[in-house]
Design a binder for this molecule. Sequence first.
Ligand SMILES: [Fe+2]
Ligand SMILES: [Fe+2]
Length: 272
Amino acid sequence: MIIAQITDTHIVAKGQEWKSLSQTQIARRLKLVVDHLNALIPKPDVVLLTGDAIDDAGMEGYTHLKEILKLLSIPLYIIPGNHDDREDMRVAFQHQSYMPSEGFIHYVIDDYPVRLIGLDTVVPGQPQGMLCRERIDWLSRVLQENQEKPTLIFMHHPLIKIGQKLLDQLNCHTPEDFEGLVASFPNIIGIISGHYHKSCATIFGGTLCFVAPSVAPVHYFEKASDEKTKIIELVHPSFVLHKWMGGSHLVSEVVQTVEPDKRLSIEKNLKE
Ligand SMILES: [Fe+2]
Ligand SMILES: [Fe+2]
């Protein structure tokens, strides 16, 4: 099974750009990623959009997002990030059978060889994330329902700190015993997230904890001690292919998407 992850698309209303910078070409970046995903052979089984789908852009943002995502030919599952609005997202994706009609946007997808659990880590109005007791109780209950099937958890805010002062304040806050809960379910093959706009990974509770790079541009930090940034870098939009190889083996491959005219034919160049 191949699970594609796209994250932090930060789509704004049509005709606008991320942070009002035309160079960000924020919709174009997502369109490139959608085209890239559609052309993959083999095609991923699912695409998970792990939050910051829009950039505080309300229903106009979700309308624009859906206009781009309708070009995607792979089933998509979405969860909110800190720049999303839980209720607007619910309305925008209410036609999807997995979307809860109320409360946190968390759910289980049991239709594939890997069980997928989406978690809602949003604290409205706050940039950091949280798993409160109510959400942890829900997670614990659904994990207990199937302790055999390989299970992948996807959420917006990373559980891990990475040694960058600002980002480390904005991770997913959990009670101290949460890592022990994860460790008590060895069938969890990974916990994937976004939010940091950069890729990094470590082990948490004995499982892979992977932070995916963003579709949107990347925040630039000069020093690890920086507590804010005013610079963004226009790196290529990226996504991740999480390939389940059987058992507990998950291979996570970061893919950069480039404009098609930036791909050079080696054969053609050799002839010229
Ligand atoms: Fe983001
Ligand atoms: Fe975020």
